[in-house]
Design a protein around this ligand. Structure first.
Ligand SMILES: *Cc1c(COP(=O)(O)O)cnc(C)c1O
Length: 818
C-alpha cells in the first residue's frame, strides 16, 4: 500500500507471483521474457492478478448461492471504470508483492501500469458513480451485479488542435482486455419492431403475442470487481450486440452478401459507441435501442437466475433488488411487466406489485433537456408491445387517481406518462417513478428540489417514495491508490485501522490539524504531487509551471451550468489587475482546466477555445513574471483525474446553484486536502455542513435566490455588468478580441449573449466570486491557517465514502443489510 511497506512482503509469495507472471508471459501471451515488450508484461501481470481474483470470485459466488442471498442488480448505461490493475492489486493486498516480484524481473510497475487502456464506458459523474458503487458493494460484501453495455468505443479521445477540441475514436479494446471473460453460452435474443396480436387461451384469458421483426443477440462479458481486502469479488456483466447468426447466414448463402453484412453491422451498431453527451439527451433511435437492448438482456438474465434458484417469479422482490441508474434503463418497468405477464403468465396486478417492489430509481438531474422522453410514434414502431403496456399502466394510474376523487386536469396532465404538448411523447422519468418503490435524489438539496419541482405532483400522490442518498466516492481508488504518500501519513497518525474503516478513523486526524509538524508533512506530500503534475504539464504541453504557486483546479465535463466561463472571467480579471500593477507581488496561481465537451455542444466547445486563447496570451506575457498561468490538459479521464487531484490546492465547484445534482469530484478533492471554492449547490451544501464553511470559500446566489430571480423575470444581466467596472472591462477585452487577435469577433456573440441573458448567472455571481477568490489569496498567505484547513478537509471527508452511500441503499432501499 504505502511507498515504504512497514514489513517487507513475504518472500515465498513474491516468488510465487513472479513465477506466475513468467508463466502467463510464456503460455498465455506467448512471449519469451527476452523479447517481451512492455505491453506483453502488462498483459502477463494483469492475467496473473486475474487468477487471484478468480479464486475469490468463485468462492463469493458459491457462498451467495448457498446462503440464498438477496441480490442487488445495478443497471447503468455507463460505467466509467478507468484502469483496473492497481485497483485489483491493491484491493487484493498484492501491491507490494507484485512490486517486489517485478523488481526481480527488472520490470517497473509504475511504468507498466500506465500502459493499461483507461476504460471510459461513461461520460462523467453518473458513470463514475456506478464504478465507485461496484467497488463499495464488493467491499461491503453484498451479492451485487452491475449490468451495462460493452461499448466497442468508449468516450471519445480529446485532442486540442489550435486550441480547439477534436474528437478521436477511442479504442480501448485494440490490445484486448485482460480483465474480461467472454461467456458465449450466456446469450439472449432481444426483439425490435413487428406487431402485437391477441388470442384467447383455453382458460378464456386474453393473451398478447409480440411478433418482433428483428432479433439481436446479447452476449455476456464478465469483469470481476474486487472489494477491499478481496473479501468479496462481484461481477460486472456487459452486453455486446451481435447479429442473430443463423438468420444472417441464410441470407448470405442466398447470395445477398451485402444485405447480410449490412444486417450484421446494424445489429452490432447497438454496442458500438457510447453516446458522448453528458446531461443532455441525444434522443435518437439508436439510443433507445441501446437502452432496451441492455435492459432486456439484463432482466432476462436475472429472471433466469432467479427461476433456477427459486422456481417461480413472484418471489423476485424477496431475492432481487434492481436499481435504475437514471432514466436510461427506465424501460425496465415495461419490460419486466412484459416478461412477467406475457412470458411468465402472471396476472397484471400481481405482476405490477412484483415490478414495483423490485425496482428502484435514482434521479441524477433536473435539467429539462436531460429528462428523457421518447416520441410515441418511435416507441410504437420499435417496441409496440411496450407501448401498449405503458398505455395500460397509465390508464390504471389515472383511474386510481379518479377513484381517489382527483380530477384536476392540470394534475392529471402533470402525472401522466404521456406528454401531450410537444407531439405525444413518453416521459421516462414518470414511468420510472411509478414503476419503482423508491425514487432517490443524490444530495440533500437535489432531493428537496425533486420534491418541489419536477416530481412535485407525483410526490404529493406518493409522499413516501422520494428519498435521499447523497453520493460518495470509493476511498480505495481516490485516496489509497491515487495518493499513497498521503495515505501513509494518515495511517501513521491514525493507525492501520484507518484503511479498513476510514469513515470512523479519519476523524482522528482532526487532532493533528493543530500540530505544525504534521501540517508540514501534509504540505510536503502535496508539494511532491505538484512537482509530478508540473512535470506532466511540461511533457504534454511544454508549459512550465511553478510548483510553489497555488494550483487552482477546475476539471469536469465542460457545461454552461458548471460555469468554467466564470472561472475564465476571473482569470482575465486577475490578468488585467496584474498588468495594471506590474510591480506588485501577487499570489502566484496556476489555473488548471480539463474536461470534454459533447461533440455537438457548440457553446461548450467555444469555452474550450476561449480557455486556450487566454492561456496563449497570458502564458506568454512577460509582465506577469510567471505569477499567473493557465493550462488546459487534454483528454480528461479517470487516470488524468488521479494525477491532478492530489496536486490541487483549490477545487473549483462553482455551478449555478440548483443545477449540479451532487458532484463527486468535490468529494475527491476534499478527501485529498484541497480547499473548495464553491456555491451552495449539490453535495457542496453537505460538505459545508460537515467540513465547516470556515474551511471552504462559499459564495454566490443560493438555489432559492436563483429560482426567485427566474420567477420574477425582473432580472437584468445588464445591471450586473453596470454594477461592476471590473466585469465590464473583462467582457470588453474578450469581446474586442484581445485574446483572439487572429479573429477579433470570435467571442462577440458569446459575450453579447452573456450580457443579454446570463442564463447561468455568470455575471450575476461574478463580483461574489471575485471576492471569494480574494479571500483564497489572502488565506494562502497565512500557511498555518491554510494547511490547518486542508488537514481538516481530509479529516472530515469520511462521510463522503461510497461505503456510507451504499450502506444506506442497502438498508433503506434494497433491504440487504441490517
Ligand atoms: C469524478 C469524475 C467526474 C465527476 O466530476 P464532477 O466534477 O463531480 O462533475 C467526471 N469525470 C471523471 C473522470 C471523474 O473521475
Amino acid at each position: 500500500m504505502s511507498d515504504a511497506p512497514a514489513t517487507p512482503p513475504d518472500a515465498a509469495e513474491v516468488a510465487a507471483f513472479r513465477d506466475k507472471v513468467l508463466a502467463k508471459l510464456t503460455y498465455s501471451v506467448g512471449k519469451d521474457p527476452e523479447h517481451a515488450v512492455d505491453h506483453d508484461w502488462f498483459e502477463a501481470i494483469a492475467l496473473a492478478t486475474r487468477d487471484h481474483l478468480v479464486d475469490r470470485w468463485m468462492a463469493h459466488t458459491r457462498a451467495t448461492y448457498a446462503q440464498q442471498r438477496k441480490r442487488v442488480y445495478y443497471l447503468s448505461l455507463e460505467f466509467l471504470i478507468g484502469r483496473l490493475l492497481l485497483d485489483s492489486l491493491s484491493n487484493l493486498g498484492l501491491l507490494d508483492i507484485a512490486r517486489s516480484a517485478l523488481h526481480d524481473l527488472d520490470v517497473d510497475l509504475e511504468r507498466i501500469r500506465t500502459l493499461e487502456a483507461d476504460a471510459a464506458l461513461g461520460n462523467g459523474g453518473l458513470g463514475r458513480l456506478a464504478a465507485c458503487f461496484m467497488e463499495s458493494m464488493a467491499t461491503l460484501g453484498l451479492a451485487a451485479h452491475g449490468y451495462g453495455i460493452r461499448y466497442e468505443h468508449g468516450l471519445f479521445r480529446q485532442t486540442i488542435v489550435d486550441g480547439r477540441q477534436m474528437e478521436q475514436t477511442e479504442t480501448w479494446l485494440d490490445f484486448g482486455n485482460p480483465w474480461e471473460f467472454e461467456r458465449p453460452e450466456t446469450s439472449y435474443l432481444i426483439g425490435f419492431g413487428g406487431s402485437v396480436s391477441s388470442a384467447t387461451n383455453s382458460d378464456g384469458e386474453v393473451r398478447q403475442f409480440w411478433h418482433w421483426a428483428e432479433g439481436i443477440r446479447a452476449n455476456a462479458y464478465d469483469t470481476p470487481i474486487a472489494g477491499w481486502r478481496g473479501k468479496a469479488v462481484n461481477t460486472l456483466r456487459l452486453w455486446r450486440a451481435r447479429a442473430e447468426s443463423d438468420f444472417h447466414l441464410e441470407r448470405f448463402n442466398a447470395g445477398d452478401h451485402i444485405g447480410a453484412v449490412a444486417e450484421e453491422a446494424r445489429a452490432e451498431s447497438i454496442s458500438r459507441v457510447l453516446y458522448p453527451a453528458d446531461s443532455t439527451e441525444a434522443g435518437q433511435e439508436l439510443r433507445l435501442r441501446q437502452e432496451y437492448f441492455f435492459v432486456s438482456a439484463s432482466l432476462q438474465d436475472l429472471l433466469r437466475r432467479h427461476l433456477k434458484q427459486h422456481g417461480e417469479v413472484e418471489s423476485l422482490p424477496q431475492y432481487a433488488a434492481i436499481q435504475l441508474n437514471d432514466t436510461h434503463p427506465a424501460i425496465a418497468v415495461a419490460e419486466l411487466m412484459r416478461l412477467l405477464v406475457d412470458v411468465h403468465d402472471l396476472p397484471w396486478e400481481r405482476a405490477w406489485t412484483t415490478t414495483v417492489a423490485t425496482l428502484a430509481y435514482t434521479n441524477h438531474t433536473l435539467l429539462p433537456e436531460a429528462l428523457e422522453t421518447w416520441p410515441v410514434g418511435l416507441m410504437e414502431r420499435l417496441l409496440p408491445r411496450h407501448m401498449q403496456i405503458i398505455y395500460l399502466i397509465n390508464a390504471y394510474h389515472i383511474d386510481a387517481l379518479r377513484a381517489r376523487d382527483l380530477h384536476d386536469f392540470d394534475l392529471l396532465r402533470a402525472v401522466s406518462l404521456i406528454e401531450e404538448d410537444n407531439g405525444r411523447r413518453v416521459r421516462m422519468g414518470n414511468l420510472a417513478f411509478l414503476g419503482s418503490h423508491s425514487v432517490n435524489g443524490v444530495s440533500g438539496l437535489h432531493t428537496e428540489l425533486m420534491r418541489s419541482t419536477v416530481f412535485s405532483q407525483l410526490h404529493a400522490l406518493y409522499p413516501e417514495r422520494i428519498n435521499n442518498k447523497t453520493n460518495g466516492i470509493t476511498f480505495r481508488r481516490w485516496l489509497y491508490q491515487t495518493n499513497p504518500a498521503l495515505t501513509a501519513l494518515l495511517v501513521e497518525a491514525a493507525g492501520p485501522q484507518l484503511l479498513d474503516d476510514p469513515q470512523q478513523y479519519l476523524s482522528a486526524i482532526e487532532a493533528f490539524a493543530n500540530k505544525a509538524s504534521f501540517r508540514k508533512r501534509f504540505a510536503a506530500q502535496r508539494r511532491q504531487k505538484k512537482l509530478e503534475l508540473a512535470q506532466l504539464v511540461e511533457e504534454r504541453l511544454a508549459i512550465s509551471i511553478n510548483p510553489d504557486a497555488l494550483f487552482d483546479v477546475h476539471i469536469k465535463r465542460i457545461h454552461e451550468y458548471k460555469r468554467q466561463l466564470l472561472n475564465l472571467l476571473h482569470t482575465v480579471a486577475l490578468y488585467q489587475a496584474m498588468r495594471a500593477e506590474p510591480a506588485t507581488t501577487w499570489v502566484p496561481r496556476v489555473k488548471i482546466f480539463a474536461g470534454k465537451a459533447a461533440a455537438s455542444y457548440h457553446q461548450a466547445k467555444l469555452i474550450i477555445k476561449l480557455a486556450n486563447d487566454i492561456a496563449r496570451t497570458i502564458n506568454a506575457d512577460p509582465t506577469l513574471r510567471g505569477q499567473l498561468k493557465l493550462v488546459f490538459l487534454p483528454n480528461y479521464n479517470v487516470s488524468l483525474a488521479e494525477a491532478i487531484i492530489p496536486a490541487a490546492d483549490l477545487s473549483e465547484q462553482i455551478s449555478t446553484a440548483g443545477l449540479e445534482a451532487s458532484g463527486t469530484s468535490n468529494m475527491k478533492f476534499a478527501l485529498n486536502g484541497a480547499l473548495t471554492i464553491g456555491t451552495l449547490d449539490g453535495a457542496n451544501v453537505e460538505m459545508a455542513e460537515r467540513i465547516g464553511q470556515e474551511h471552504m470559500f462559499i459564495f454566490g446566489m443560493t438555489a432559492a435566490q436563483v429560482q426567485a430571480r427566474k420567477r420574477a423575470d425582473a432580472f437584468s444581466a445588464q445591471q450586473s455588468v453596470a454594477d461592476s467596472a471590473r466585469l465590464h472591462e473583462v467582457l470588453q477585452a474578450i469581446r474586442n478580441g484581445v485574446f483572439s487577435p487572429d479573429e477579433p469577433s470570435r467571442y462577440t456573440a458569446l459575450v453579447d449573449n452573456l450580457i443579454a441573458y446570463d442564463n447561468f448567472f455568470v455575471c450575476a455571481d461574478f463580483e461574489a466570486y471575485w471576492a471569494a477568490q480574494q479571500r483564497v489569496s489572502d488565506y494562502w498567505q497565512t500557511p498555518d491557517q491554510w494547511w490547518r484547513s486542508a488537514v481538516l478537509n481530509t479529516a472530515r471527508a469520511g462521510w463522503f465514502s461510497s461505503d456510507r452511500t451504499i450502506s444506506e441503499y442497502a438498508r433503506e432501499i434494497w433491504q440487504v443489510m441490517d
